[in-house]
Ligand binder design. Structure first.
Ligand code: PMP
Length: 443
């Protein structure tokens, strides 16, 4: 049970809470810490939901937002262009793979994914490929809560209730190669999983397949899943072979968290479309983006324009926040810090796994890290479902002043894991604080 605090005894709320229990009222936040209204401090070991990459309460970002607020907070994009949006698009394009020169702003991750799906489809129609509409994705995966993004999400519990309202999209297994007990090398397993995509394209009919969407480094659904290197190269080859667009969902893995600006930057596997959000404005404002190359955008514009858009997209305040976040990432060297601190934190998690045999795998890159629970390390058999280990660890950590993130399911099979993804400003000492609490919790 969570410790009862005064704020847990609040009267019934008119808010529609999704969670199974009420949490304390948040009071303020700074750096990697949050305080509730009873003055209790917790470490934000998951950056919210892997959002607050540059940490809470960054003064420079807040000042930039205030300056923008004093000028104009909203101007509709069909009436005015605005400088923060122009400048943010320019700066983002500089950080993205070469040729990703068109940025379409939205207000969150689901909208960014929807935008990729809809641009892909409109590009196909505009270029005479009307039969292409299927977007193959992976299971498990999470790409968003709107119906389009949900249709490509490989998470049955979330999508099943809505299946009559959505067009079913094909799914292939995410490459949980670490689970396979075969005689193949990791590299061969990477190819094996990529080839499942090719098999699926063949069985669906190559001319009906529009795109393949994946998270280069998995987020919550797979627990920071990193595929063998061979997987990324082979996926790109397969997409090229069949003229299929490769969409990278970088909503969680982007904006520096993995030690490079994009998760996909760790491999030579340039995507055709990129969805960004979360760390892009680091929680200072709702902001997301689709990045696309002109070669995909121009045919759509020439055919009459992109039939898609959201009212708040590209508003000056959100873009000013995003711009200031990028400035802070550069000024403070946060991507390098995520790489260095990520290595240190991962080493500590590996050390914990040596102490606790029920941790079967530690994985991830930079500060997108996860640990997997098992009852037997040899067979990677999961812990019994009834133990609800992932939720218990989250609750015990919260009680001890640490927020972490957890999920049931791994690689489409039963199991559970937790993620440790603190803000990229974290120091070596603060990693020590997190690991001390985690050790205590696991004990
Ligand atoms: N894609 C990924 C990989 C995500 O992790 C999320 C959010 N967890 C989304 C899309 C959807 O983002 P949002 O909740 O901002 O709509």
């Amino acid at each position: 049970m969570l410790k009862t605090t005064a704020s847990n005894e609040r009267p019934a709320s008119h808010l529609f809470y999704q969670s199974r229990l009420r949490r304390p009222l948040v009071d303020r936040a700074e750096g990697i810490y949050l305080w509730d209204q009873d003055g209790r401090r917790v470490i934000d070991g998951s950056s919210g939901a892997m959002v607050v990459n540059i940490g809470h309460g960054n003064r420079n970002v807040l000042e930039a937002m205030k300056r923008q607020m004093d000028r104009v907070t909203f101007a509709y994009r069909l009436h005015f262009e605005n400088e923060p949006a122009e400048e943010l698009a320019r700066r983002a394009a500089e950080k993205l793979p070469e040729g990703m020169d068109k940025i379409f702003f939205v207000s969150g991750g689901s909208e960014a994914v929807e935008s990729c799906l809809k641009l892909a489809r409109q590009w196909a129609v505009a270029t005479g490929q009307k039969d292409r509409w299927k977007v193959i994705s992976r299971f498990p995966s999470y790409h968003g809560g709107t119906l389009g993004a949900l249709a490509v999400t490989g998470y049955a519990a979330l999508s099943d209730p809505f299946s009559p309202m959505m067009r079913e999209m094909p799914k292939v297994p995410a490459p949980t190669a670490y689970l396979d007990r075969d005689n193949l090398s990791m590299e061969q397993r990477g190819i094996k999983y990529a080839d499942m995509l090719e098999d699926r394209i063949q069985s669906e009919g190559p001319d009906s397949v529009l795109a393949f969407i994946m998270e280069p480094i998995g987020g919550a659904s797979t627990g920071a899943l990193v595929a063998p290197d061979s997987y990324y190269k082979r996926i790109r080859e397969i997409c090229d072979k069949y003229g299929i667009l490769l969409i990278h969902d970088e909503v969680m893995s982007g904006a520096g968290r993995t030690g490079k600006f994009l998760g996909g930057d760790h491999w030579d596997c340039k995507p055709d479309l990129i969805a960004l959000s979360k760390g892009f404005a680091s929680g200072y404002c709702p902001l997301g983006a689709m990045a696309a190359p002109s070669r995909l955008v121009q045919p759509v514009l020439d055919a009459g324009g992109f039939q898609h858009g959201f009212t708040y997209a590209g508003n000056p305040l959100a873009c000013a926040a995003g711009l200031a976040v990028l400035d802070e990432i550069d000024r403070l060297g946060l991507i390098d810090n995520a790489a260095v601190m990520g290595d240190a934190l991962k080493a500590e998690l590996v050390a914990l796994s040596e102490r606790f045999p029920f941790i079967g795998d530690v994985r991830g890159k930079g500060l997108l890290l996860a640990a997997e629970f098992v009852s037997d390390r040899e067979t990677m058999k999961p812990l019994p479902k009834e133990l609800n280990a992932h939720q218990r660890v989250v609750d015990l950590a919260y009680e001890r002043g640490l927020i972490i993130y957890s999920r049931r399911t791994r690689g489409g099979v039963e199991g559970d894991h937790f993620l440790v993804c603190p803000p990229m400003i974290i120091t070596r000492e603060q990693i020590g604080e997190i690991v001390a609490i985690l050790g205590d919790v696991l004990e």
